[in-house]
Design a protein around this ligand. Sequence first.
Ligand SMILES: [Zn+2]
Length: 564
Amino acid sequence: MADATPTSIDGVTSLYRRFRPGRFAELRGQDHVVRALQGAVRHDRVSHAYLFSGPRGTGKTTAARILAKALNCEHPVDGDACNKCASCVAITRGSSLDVIELDAASNNGVDDIREITAGAWHGTPGRWKVYIFDEVHQLSKAASAALLKTLEEPPQHVVFVLATTDPHKVPPTIRSRTQHLEFRLLGGDTLSSLLHDVQGAAGLMADDATIEAAVRLGRGSARDALSALDQLIATGSISEAQPEFDGLFHALVHADAVEALKSLAVLTREGWDPEQLAESFAAEVRQVFLLQVAPEVADAVDADRDRLIGWGSQLGLPRTVRILETVGRAMREMKSAPEKIVMLEVAMVRLVKPELDSTYEALDERLTRLERDGARQSAPAPAPPPSPVLRPIGTTTRPAPAPIVVVVPDAPAASEPATSESVTAFTSGESELDLDDVRSRFVERVIPRTSRSAQLLLKAAHVSALDGQRLTIALPSEEMRQNTELIAQGLRSAMEHEFKSPLQIQWTVDPTLATETPAPALRASASRRPAVNEASHASEETSIVVESAAGHLITEIFPGAKEI
Ligand SMILES: [Zn+2]
């Protein structure tokens, strides 16, 4: 398992490099990927192009190298590499001529691609050449076009592995020519057993608390967890390893804009990069959210868990959701913003000063605050109201049953969602599943196996197409589609359990689904909906789902509980 070649700057080989998996058998937490790749090698059905997508540190390039090893191994075992023969060793060392790696983030020009793909035609007979393009979504337009040309007529015995953290940014023309395999974040148990094994193999003296801390800091990434373990053993402290968000939470709870900006400034001064900050904060808020709606799927532990439960109870669910959505939006905006920290600052100010924000959630929060302050009676009656009134949980005046207003967006002209056309099959003939069968099993057997928060989202979903191994699931709104990240892992396990097949899930948005909402009575109230601007549509629908979800959850989690 270990190789001692690469070393880090300080001369000590990092755990991550030392214990990088060298064979499919050693790759953890990506069983569906291993099955697909090892099976392809074993049956000589390797695709010419793969798209590996998934968060950083989940094993994409490692899997690509293992694939290269398995293809060229002198003594392969059941489609897996031996990791000992000359070819395997050369690939591990990075000296093999059969593996060409390119980081598209730094070599994104058309010349880089032309030079590399030109070499693809001059392979050694009988050997496989594997091209690994990391962060392929960062290729320039011209470079993508050059790559596409090669993918259209791939040379024999050449495999392209395109790795990306952001598959939606890969041009669809390229995506459709690849077999797409999604890498997942590793579960706490998987990471924990990995770290225990590594520390045993490395003869380290890490106690359980240290390993637990490293698992937490890893946030699902094997690379990050192992680096955290390295750091923890070296420094004995975790305080430097993660940003401290309590100041920010405090500011959000007390709606204090100055404190929020000060907290951000402190974090930036400590050297945290804005994108990293946003990502870590979103991860923490996500835990706050999960601890409120589905504590069993939250992975925060011990003191951290108590701390986040505390912030959750002070913020309440609607505000937590709003923070999650606002920070998520800021993260997307940051990608193209020159001054990234500004996006985060704006997000914080929006959160504490909802009156500056025109989104529906902000409006809802303003109403909640008015109600909370008992100022509702004195507030001028909105006539006509700017948008349907959403009753927040925990308000004192809620009559029963809860008046949930469902928004029906204007039906689009076409009855078929346009998005379904963008789905392109990459493979076929491997599956004997048929759409109706999948649809009913999805509703009857898959959804019930998912977490409660996933079920609430999936109840609004519709299985719209099955193309080879790709299942298309439509949701009523873009905001809901974006929330699928939160439930992806659980859903995939449930799907795999049911279908015993690595089905890929493609999410699309079909606004017509929103018209199929529960009760006609609810729909009727929508006709009274005053015109609101397009931009707020999507978030309205989400808020409503979340709101009604929260209502369900309260009675589900605390049977017999009454909302007062
Ligand atoms: Zn070998």
